[in-house]
Design a protein around this ligand. Structure first.
Ligand code: 8X3
Length: 251
C-alpha cells in the first residue's frame, strides 16, 4: 500500500537514499531539509512522488507550523523518518567546542523531539502511522570523542522506547534504526569540518554500510505486517564490531 513518508535531512546521505528507495517502492515522499537547491535536484530526479519542503528542524516555530503548512493532499503523514542529525568534532570532551555540543543537541535531540510532537498527534488520531528514528551504534557503545554525539543517540533510542510505551493501544509503530560505520555520505566530512582527506581515512580499507543499505532496512521495517513492530535495529558492516574495553597498562 502506498504511504506518505516524511523524511527529515533528505537532501543527502541516508535521507536522499531513503527518498529514492521509498519513491521506487511506490510511496510518496515529503523530503525536508535546509538546502533547497539539493531538494530541487532530488525533486527533478524523482518527479511528482516527491514534495520538497525547505525546513530547518531547529526552527521550532517552523516545525510547529509544519502540519498545517503542508498541501492538503500531503497532510496525512503515514511515516515520519527522523533522519536529520550530525556529529561535530572528534576531540576529547575536555577540548571539544561547546558550540558543537549545542548544535548536535539542537538537531539530533530537540529537532527530532519537535518533529515528532508535530506529526504524532495526526498519526494517533488516524490510528495509523510509524516513526522511524535514526539512532546510532554510538548511542550504545562509547568511543573516544563520541561524548555528546553518542549521548544524543542514546537519547534517541530511549525516546523511541518511551514513545512506544505511550502508543500501546494505538496502531502507531516506532522504530530506532542504529547504524554503525556507513560510508558514502557527508557524515564524516561534516564531523571534520569539511576535511575530506580526514573523512576518507575513516573508511580506508573497509567495506562500510552504504546509505542504500540503511534505506533497505527502513523499507523492510515499514513494509512489515501491521502487527509487527521493530523496536530497535542495530546495523554494522561485516568488517566492524563493538570494540574491546579500553585498558591503560602501567609501564
Ligand atoms: C555513526 C556511527 O561510529 O561513525 O552514527 O559514530 S559512528
Amino acid at each position: 500500500m502506498s504511504k506518505t513518508i516524511f523524511v527529515s535531512g533528505a537532501s543527502a546521505g541516508f535521507g536522499a537514499a531513503m527518498a529514492r528507495r521509498f519513491a521506487a517502492d511506490g510511496h510518496r515522499v515529503i523530503a525536508a531539509a535546509r538546502r533547497a537547491d539539493r531538494l530541487a535536484a532530488l525533486a527533478a530526479e524523482i518527479g511528482p512522488a516527491l514534495l520538497p519542503v525547505t525546513l530547518d528542524v531547529t526552527d521550532a516555530a517552523a516545525v510547529a507550523a509544519l502540519p498545517d503548512s503542508l498541501p492538503a493532499a500531503w497532510r496525512e503523514v503515514d511515516v515520519l523518518v527522523n533522519n536529520a542529525g550530525m556529529a561535530l568534532g572528534l576531540d576529547p570532551a575536555f577540548k571539544a567546542k561547546l558550540s558543537d555540543w549545542d548544535a548536535m543537541l539542537a538537531t539530533n535531540v530537540t529537532g527530532l523531539m519537535h518533529l515528532t510532537r508535530a506529526l504524532l498527534p495526526g498519526m494517533v488520531a488516524r490510528d495509523r502511522g510509524h516513526i522511524i528514528n535514526l539512532g546510532s551504534t554510538a548511542g550504545v557503545y562509547p568511543y573516544p570523542g563520541g561524548h555528546v554525539y553518542g549521548a544524543s543517540k542514546a537519547f534517541v533510542a530511549q525516546f523511541t522506547l518511551n514513545l512506544k510505551a505511550d502508543l500501546v493501544g494505538t496502531a502507531v509503530r516506532v522504530t530506532c534504526l542504529e547504524p554503525g560505520l556507513v560510508g558514502g555520505s557527508e557524515f564524516s566530512a561534516v564531523r571534520f569540518g569539511g576535511d575530506q582527506a580526514r573523512a576518507d581515512a575513516v573508511y580506508a580499507g573497509t567495506v562500510p554500510l552504504s546509505p542504500e543499505d540503511i534505506a533497505e532496512a527502513a523499507a523492510w521495517v515499514i513494509g512489515l505486517p501491521a502487527h509487527m513492530n521493530v523496536n530497535r535495529m542495530e546495523l554494522m558492516p561485516t568488517c566492524q564490531a563493538p570494540g574491546p574495553l579500553a585498558i591503560k597498562r602501567q609501564g
